[in-house]
Ligand binder design. Structure first.
Ligand code: UDX
Length: 448
């Protein structure tokens, strides 16, 4: 087969990192966007968001002529053999996915295919409810192209499993590639694109591929909510939930990952996708008590964390809380569904004030609240003079703060840890009062 070229429609985490990964694997890629200025920035080597390793690799691929940005979907498709749809599917009010951007890009692809002679494969990569590829993308492309799927163009669904914070690595080195195919020919072309990727490749029906993504995210979210529920049980028994989950995770049928208890999961995927599949299932008459509980536990957990903070402070009235970590997890500036927001809102409701620190997420967080939070780019400044410290995301910068730092800067050396950022014993033995999710807080509270 000849050297194929790829168009990637959408320049978010999935689109841009996919484009870069294809380029890195020797496939020339054009990434498109509807946001003014974003394509020009890409062509000048400037990434639209922070992600470890992104800027360096983006510059390298642009300089080598393997990657370019464009604002013209139709033109990008015309220059390519395969088009990946990677636009956003944000949640609507009722929890279901907004598919308007998917439809718009399908229309652009159809318009482009109308005058093209070569066989083209359309690939849906965005997370979309089961049925969307066949019931929305397929008819829209056919209508605007005036062509028939299976004859003039192929169709696949190829979910993406990257994690923010390690997106570049994950997309270049996936643990599996799922190829949902309309027919064998479409799947063959997509598998050819991935021929250099060293991982298992699964070929299946399009709707199965769509569901694999929802099922995988739902199971990971379930593991977290499970560990979080046990964290509250463990606290009552004065047992360390991390010790318990270590013993659980060593069972090879379970595995230790995603059993880290904390103040809840956030991000652009777990809350949105679990909500979307639960809402969609109910619409078609399937009850989802398990998924509903996973989401409910995720609302309970940050409120339980606030209770721990209150217990540590005595009362929150008039207290100044140094809040460490605003992003939904370390190594990203993304604050979508971050647990920081419900926690901080509750702290204010209970009479506290917040001095917040985050290495990358301050600007994004400011857009989500008008509360009079003081923001700091140095953790020392957030800690200085505060009554206690609270950790919501465990950035390395935050993990590196020592017992001496807490003792030097806080009015009272108290740390309430929502992510098991520190070794509790180490802080306690060095004179810091430590409370944390799933930790033996009662014992610790009893200490002088
Ligand atoms: C997730 C999936 O991991 C990824 O496969 C999918 O493509 C998109 O959604 P992401 O949202 O980037 O990726 O981050 P992830 O590392 O999964 O963390 C999500 C949230 O769960 C974070 O708030 C994190 O703090 C929390 N989490 C994760 C836990 O509370 N405990 C854990 O053990 C793991």
């Amino acid at each position: 087969m000849k050297q194929l070229r790829v168009a990637v429609l959408g320049m978010g985490y999935v689109g841009l990192t996919s484009g870069i990964a294809f380029a890195k694997h020797g496939i020339r890629s054009i990434c498109t966007t509807t946001t003014p200025g974003k394509a020009e920035n890409l062509n000048n080597g400037v990434p639209p968001f922070y992600e470890p390793g992104l800027e360096e690799l983006l510059k390298e691929m642009v300089n080598e002529g393997m990657l370019s940005g464009s604002s013209d979907n139709v033109d990008a498709v015309r220059q390519s053999d395969i088009t990946f749809i990677c636009v956003g599917t944000p949640p609507l009010q009722d929890g279901s996915a907004d598919l308007s951007a998917i439809e718009a890009t399908a229309r652009d692809i159809g318009v482009a295919l109308r005058d093209m002679d070569n066989y083209h494969v359309v690939v849906a990569k965005s997370t979309i409810p089961p049925g969307t590829t066949e019931n929305l993308i397929l008819p829209t492309v056919e209508k605007y192209a005036g062509k028939k799927v299976g004859e003039n163009f192929g169709l696949c669904m190829n979910p993406e499993f990257l994690r923010q914070g390690s997106a570049v690595y994950d997309v270049i080195n996936p643990d599996r590639i799922v190829i949902g195919e309309y027919d064998e020919k479409s799947g063959d072309v997509l598998e050819y694109i991935y021929r250099d990727y060293d991982c298992p490749k699964i070929r299946c029906e399009i709707r199965a591929a769509e569901l694999i993504k929802y099922a995988a995210n739902s199971l990971l979210a379930t593991k977290i909510s499970f560990a979080n529920e046990f964290s509250r049980i463990c606290e009552k028994f004065n047992v360390d939930v991390y010790e318990v989950m270590k013993g659980v995770g060593l069972d090879f049928r379970i595995n230790p990952r995603f059993l880290n208890a904390g103040c809840g999961f956030g991000g652009s995927c777990f809350p949105k996708d679990v909500n979307a599949i639960a809402a969609l299932s109910k619409k078609i008459g399937v009850e989802t008590p398990l998924l509903d509980s996973v989401l409910y536990t995720n609302e309970l957990q940050p409120m339980h964390f606030v209770e721990l903070i209150k217990n540590a402070a005595g009362s929150l009235e008039g207290k100044v809380v140094a809040f460490l970590g605003l992003s939904f997890k370390p190594n990203t500036g993304d604050t979508r569904e971050t647990r920081a927001l419900p926690i901080i809102e509750k702290l204010y409701e209970m009479g506290a004030r917040v001095k917040a620190y985050d290495p990358k997420a301050i600007e994004n967080f400011k857009l989500s609240t008008d509360l009079p939070i003081e923001y700091f780019e140095k953790w020392e400044e957030a800690l200085r003079g505060a009554d206690l410290a609270v950790v919501q995301s465990d950035w390395k910068e935050i993990r590196d703060i020592t017992a001496d730092d807490f003792k030097r800067l806080l009015r009272n050396p108290i740390v309430v840890d929502g992510r098991r950022t520190y070794d509790p014993e180490e802080l306690i033995n060095n004179g810091v009062k430590y409370l944390g999710i799933g930790w033996k807080n009662r014992l610790n509270l009893a200490r002088p």
